[in-house]
Design a protein around this ligand. Structure first.
Ligand SMILES: Nc1ncnc2c1ncn2[C@@H]1O[C@H](COP(=O)(O)OP(=O)(O)O)[C@@H](O)[C@H]1O
Ligand SMILES: [Mg+2]
Length: 576
């Protein structure tokens, strides 16, 4: 699949909406024709109607001069409306495609990106490109250019010498804008970084508010935020000053001076009989069109730089590699659950040292397999690799004899019920969290909750299964969160059950009940339980002991104790 880019999306959306665009151009042409024709009516009024004392024509012109601007305004409103729709369409398409892309991006890229960066680009970045820049700045440029051409043509017809004077403004302002470009880009890039860091800071402060409170970090955070506000203000002020001083001011000055010049020279032309008063009036009515167009073109230089910066940001995210797509469906014969094999697996998260080094072991169909070891030993990394979250640098992982690189990740994951070490819950109801992402009947959910000793607790809540668990499930205790996570993993009826410290927050009694549920559920499936606390895996068929990313010991609990090695020492240490 070719990589999506912001530009392709914009072009695609513009193509798709060709009819709207054609309609827009049509309405635009009409308003421009009207705008260009209007000064000619003034000319007629001054040069012919007034000297000829033609009352009826004066009345007619009066009517026309009043109604034509109204009609023009109405047409312009239609054009504006279509323009807004187009902008929204571009922003929407961009937001949708970027989300779709990121939702499938590799974890390696996503997990090293600040969430604030992603939020900023999907919400604001896409809107900036579609609505602000393309629609509010670039498209008006087209109408200004057309108006400019029309006005220029009319002006040339009236008096080409005066027209040339008006055009003097161009080289002058062009020189300004050319020198501005690089500066604008630097400022814009800086501003973008500030906006992003703002989102990130806010996000972190408020999701980490308990840490802030526990360390009395409020003053620290306030200072950090004040610094942010100050930086924001500084750059903003610079941009605004730049805008006003360099952009608006000189063009105004140029406008005024040239206006005077046109008027003065016009006087000579009238004296010389090359111009009528009506011509001069019409001419003066055209000059604002020219200068507006000029300013718009000048602005466009700046806008184009801003668009480049915004698009580069979006393309940076579009460049994230996707998780691999496709592959064979994992088919598991009913009965004992699949076998799992790690074959000389080595893996490095990218830090330059191996989290797993040459790890080999195999889990039999239907086995209850324990993995223990000191923290940081690589236990969760085994889970990450088996889930296909990350791919090992060397070695193979086989499920029922098939290398998982050949399997569709989606099908692999659908066969695994994972209870991760860090449980994430949605800020939605308990029911939705257990059933996620499917629509599962209340009875089935309740049945699963009974097995994990959760049902009675939920029933006692005022809203029962409809109780909202709060952001990241913070309205629940750690043990309740774990039971909920186990419940939702079991509800999938997975062929492989993968528990990463899944019972660490449970008391002994609850753990026993949950263990019971797991081992009942285990029949017909393969289970791997990672544990720090050995009690959790004493019932396992076999246990793997990991040390510094390598296999230290492997055997039944009894064998390992008899061996008097690392497992024995851990076991002795945990015995109270
Ligand atoms: N996402 C990650 N990026 C970089 N290093 C990581 C990441 N996750 C874990 N590690 C490192 O890999 C090693 C093994 O971690 P882990 O598998 O989580 O250990 P365990 O689960 O046994 O406590 C540790 O040194 C840890 O710091
Ligand atoms: Mg771990």
């Amino acid at each position: 699949m070719t990589q999506e880019t912001a530009k392709n999306i914009i072009v695609g959306e513009l193509r798709k909406r060709m009819t709207v665009i054609v309609a827009m151009v049509f309405f635009l042409m009409l308003t421009i024709l009207i705008s260009v024709a209007l000064p000619l009516l003034f000319k007629r009024l001054v040069d012919e109607t007034i000297p000829g004392r033609d009352m009826s024509e004066a009345g007619l012109l009066l009517f026309a001069l009043i109604t034509i601007p109204l009609i023009s305004a109405a047409l312009h409103a239609v054009y504006d409306y279509q323009r807004e729709i187009l902008g929204e369409a571009i922003s929407q398409a961009m937001r949708q495609k970027l989300f779709n892309h990121l939702v499938h991006a590799r974890l390696r890229d996503l997990e090293s990106t600040e969430t604030g960066h992603i939020i900023h680009h999907i919400t604001r970045g896409c809107g900036l490109v579609g609505d602000d820049y393309i629609v509010d700045r670039l498209i008006p440029l087209i109408s200004n250019a057309l108006l400019f051409i029309g006005a220029l043509a009319a002006m040339t017809l009236i008096n080409w010498r005066l027209m040339l004077i008006t055009l003097l403004a161009f080289p002058i302002t062009y020189l300004f804008s050319k020198r501005l470009k690089d500066y604008v880009r630097t400022l814009e890039e800086e501003f973008l970084r500030i906006l992003e860091s703002g989102s990130s800071t806010l996000q972190q402060v408020f999701s980490g508010i308990r840490t802030v409170r526990s360390f009395s970090g409020e003053a620290h955070e306030k200072a950090r935020w004040d610094t942010w506000i100050k930086r924001h203000w500084e750059v903003r002020a610079k941009t605004e000053t730049l805008h006003n001083l360099i952009l608006i001011l000189p063009t105004h000055v140029v406008d005024r001076v040239l206006m005077g010049l046109v008027f003065g020279v016009g006087a000579f032309e009238i004296i010389n009989g090359r111009l009528t008063i009506g011509d001069l009036i019409a001419f003066m009515l055209y000059t604002p069109y020219v200068y507006t167009a000029l300013r718009a073109m000048l602005q466009a230089q700046v806008t184009l730089e801003k668009i480049r910066v915004a698009i580069a940001g979006l393309d940076g995210l579009f460049a994230y590699e996707m998780e691999r797509q496709g592959g064979r469906e994992l088919t598991i014969s009913p009965g004992a659950g699949p076998s799992i094999q790690f074959d000389n697996v080595s893996f490095d998260y990218g830090r330059g040292d191996f989290a797993l080094r040459d790890v080999s072991f195999s889990v039999q169909p239907g086995e209850f397999f324990g993995i223990v070891g000191e923290s940081g030993g690589g236990k969760s990394t085994i889970v990450d690799l088996l889930m296909g979250f990350y791919a090992p640098q060397s070695g193979r992982i086989l499920v029922d004899g098939v290398d998982i690189r050949e399997l569709s990740l989606d099908s692999l994951r659908r066969h695994i019920g994972l209870v991760p070490q860090d449980i994430f819950l949605w800020n939605s109801s308990i029911h939705e969290n257990i059933a996620y992402p499917d629509a599962i009947a209340a009875e089935a959910v309740a049945e699963a909750a009974k097995h994990t000793n959760l049902h009675a607790f939920i029933e006692a809540l005022p809203e029962k299964y409809q109780t909202i668990v709060g952001e990241r499930g913070l309205a629940l205790s750690a043990g309740e969160r774990q039971r909920l996570a186990i419940c939702r993993a079991l509800l999938k009826k997975p062929a492989i059950l993968l528990l990463d410290e899944a019972t660490s927050a449970l008391d002994a009694l609850t753990e026993e009940i949950v263990q019971e549920a797991i081992s009942q559920a285990k029949s017909g499936r393969t289970a791997i339980a990672v544990a720090h606390r050995l009690a959790t895996v004493m019932k396992a068929d076999r246990i793997l002991v990991l040390q510094d990313g390598s296999v230290a010991e492997l055997g039944t609990p009894a064998e390992l104790i008899a061996e008097r090695g690392l497992f024995y020492r851990l076991h002795e240490a945990q015995k109270l």
